[in-house]
Design a binder for this molecule. Structure first.
Ligand code: HEC
Ligand code: HEC
Length: 560
């Protein structure tokens, strides 16, 4: 009798005490060296924790979520005979928002990627071991067990993994996510969902029917917004508009009245879209998001909180889950901090980098970029004995970034940082934020991000406004006014190796021009390609680098 009781009481206490000791999430804690191993575990435990955490990134663990889709009925629907009158009926009801003919079409539209078939040597973050069943759905798609059935949901990897020339990379921005649109469409379908009718047609179990009922209900407290352009995400607006549909109290209580009378919020029109950030920069920073507005607390907690507010979840239930799920949260945190960037030479070959040119580029970088983006020491800086091997020479041997993450206004589009003003108070007021010690403070400007793996992070800036590095080093008024985006499939056609990033203008692949969703128009609100030129590579109105020198900078950046 006594032993289990002891375990029950002491184990969580122990966990609480030691994880709190292992990491300080309070504001202004200084990052002296990159916190790649955030909980300072020994090698063996570290490896295991990170692999566990990668699994959490792939399979969404939050059972408090209510916005779930019963999986088998969805499959039944897509697999049923298209001429079946019942399928036709449902199809007609949801057609305007769901033009898909199969699950694969749905996944493809969502922008989620399949698991790799085999181990890929270029992948910097090895996948955890998974069963064939687990790999059956795309990365990020998750099946949660429910009473007599399974429900579909999406996790971190839906936005934070990408297909880079066939190599699947965890922690790299998904360039074409449609998560926000998915929520928006779901919300439009919800009124048509009659769980009893669906039960008859799709033979749902009682458990599945109940999931449908609670999903339909949860959408009442979800406020959505379609991104201005494919590639950006409106999580910020979704959190703000969802909070506006809840009561103004400690737990943002969900009431029918609050759902019916949302408080006005400027983010319903103001554009504050941004792209999902890469995970390998997190280890260098002590404040989070593109604008550095989260100034304390574990950023992974915030991601759960934001995801769940955006899914209409009861925050008391979420708080309970966060207690139960502590270990999963910790593993995920370890995995996020341990993420590594992919290397250019692994994709394009060692001969694709001109060493002499890169070394010259480093000098310009030190002069014009280092003070904001950090110091990159290279293999070639080390004593000669070590540097014969070119592969070694181009490696980064040390990165020195700011001890306190700065926020700087370099004149880039202000929409995203301004957007934070519209709902930070609602966030800080929440009991759950206070218990987690998460504090949001609006900023003026953006964090100059570390440039690790920058070659793989195109298009550039928080709002994707700049298609490649040649354009980044072009004065704003002379930059292209728009560009077509496209998937990274063919290294020669879909990527400009000289300019690093999207091929633009006459180099744009013809097939990219067929789909207007992929056109980025820099003249639209929130999509401006201004800034990051004056006082950086323009002094007193004059450019300080020649074309040749700019190429040298880019060559250096390829090696980061
Ligand atoms: C719907 C897409 C989406 C999902 C799902 C998502 N994120 Fe994000 N994430 C974003 C966007 C967009 C940003 C950047 C927002 C900004 O800073 O403007 C971001 C930023 C982050 C950052 C901050 C990085 C930095 O440099 O400060 C971390 C860490 C992160 N996400 C982790 C997660 C984790 C962990 C999960 C799963 C629990 C998750 N995200 C789920 C879209 C998503
Ligand atoms: C005064 C500080 C400052 C200097 C100097 C500076 N940058 Fe930046 N840089 C920033 C900030 C801030 C951002 C983020 C802007 C945004 O996202 O809107 C940024 C963004 C970038 C990005 C895009 C990152 C991404 O993830 O999309 C690249 C690439 C970049 N800078 C390269 C350079 C290079 C190369 C130099 C030197 C020629 C340089 N920067 C000099 C502040 C600076």
């Amino acid at each position: 009798m006594k032993k289990p009781l002891l375990n029950k009481i002491h184990l969580p206490l122990l966990l609480l005490c030691c994880s709190a000791l292992a990491q300080d999430w309070s504001r202004d804690v200084e990052v002296i060296t990159p916190r790649e191993n955030i909980y300072q575990l020994n090698q063996e435990d570290f490896y295991k924790k990170v692999q566990d955490g990668r699994k959490v990134a792939l399979f969404y663990p939050v059972t408090a979520s209510e916005l779930l889709i019963p999986y088998r009925p969805l499959e039944t629907f897509f697999n049923s005979d298209p001429s079946d009158p019942m399928r036709k009926l449902i199809y007609q009801m949801v057609r305007s928002v769901s033009p898909f003919k199969s699950m694969d079409e749905l996944y493809s539209w969502l922008g989620v990627h399949d698991f790799p078939k085999e181990t890929q040597e270029e992948n910097p973050n090895p996948w955890p071991e998974l069963s064939a069943l687990e790999k059956a759905l795309p990365m990020g798609a998750t099946l949660i067990k429910i009473t007599d059935g399974e429900a579909l949901t999406f996790g971190c990897a839906a936005c934070h993994s990408a297909d880079l020339f066939g190599v699947k990379v965890l922690g790299l921005t998904n360039r074409f996510p449609r998560a926000n649109e998915f929520f928006r469409n779901g919300q439009m379908v919800a009124p048509y969902v009659n769980s009893f009718l669906f039960k008859d047609i799709l033979k749902t179990t009682e458990g599945e029917r109940q999931i449908l009922v609670s999903a339909k209900s949860a959408t009442k407290w979800v406020g959505t917004k379609k991104p201005v352009v494919l590639g950006l995400d409106t999580s910020l607006a979704q959190v703000a508009l969802s909070l506006a549909k809840r009561e103004n109290d400690d737990y943002a209580t969900r009431t029918f009245l609050s759902a019916r009378n949302p408080r006005p919020n400027k983010l319903s029109t103001l554009v504050a879209d941004s792209k999902p950030a890469v995970w390998w920069n997190v280890k260098y920073k002590n404040r989070w998001l593109s604008d550095g507005s989260i100034v304390s607390g574990n950023p992974v907690h915030t991601n759960f909180l934001w995801n769940e507010i955006g899914r209409g979840t009861d925050l008391k239930k979420l708080e309970d889950w966060m207690q139960e799920g502590q270990e999963q949260i910790e593993s995920l945190t370890a995995a996020v901090f341990a993420t590594k960037p992919p290397r250019y030479e692994k994709f394009f070959g060692i001969d694709s980098i001109d060493l002499e040119r890169a070394k010259k580029g480093q000098k310009h970088y030190v002069q014009s970029c280092q003070k904001c983006h950090g110091t990159y020491e290279k293999g070639w800086d080390r004593p000669l004995a070590f540097t014969k091997n070119k592969l070694y020479q181009i490696q980064t041997t040390k990165v020195i970034y700011h001890k306190k993450t700065p926020v700087i206004d370099v004149g880039t589009d202000p929409g995203r940082y301004k957007g934070m003003n519209e709902f930070f108070k609602d966030l800080n007021r929440l009991k759950i934020s206070q218990n987690l010690n998460t504090v949001v403070e609006p900023q003026k400007g953006y964090v100059p991000p570390p440039l690790d793996g920058i070659w793989a992070r195109w298009p550039y800036l928080h709002n994707n406004a700049i298609p490649n590095l040649c354009e980044l080093l072009t004065p704003a008024p002379k930059r292209v006014k728009g560009y077509f985006a496209g998937k990274a499939i063919d290294k020669k056609l879909d990527y400009d190796q000289d300019c690093v990033g999207y091929p633009t203008q006459e180099k744009t692949p013809e097939n990219w021009k067929l789909d207007p969703d992929y056109y980025y128009d820099t003249t639209r609100e929130g999509l401006f390609n201004i800034g990051h030129d004056e006082k950086i590579f323009i002094k007193e109105g004059k450019e300080i680098y020649t074309e040749k020198e700019k190429r040298e900078i880019i060559e250096f950046l390829k090696t980061l």
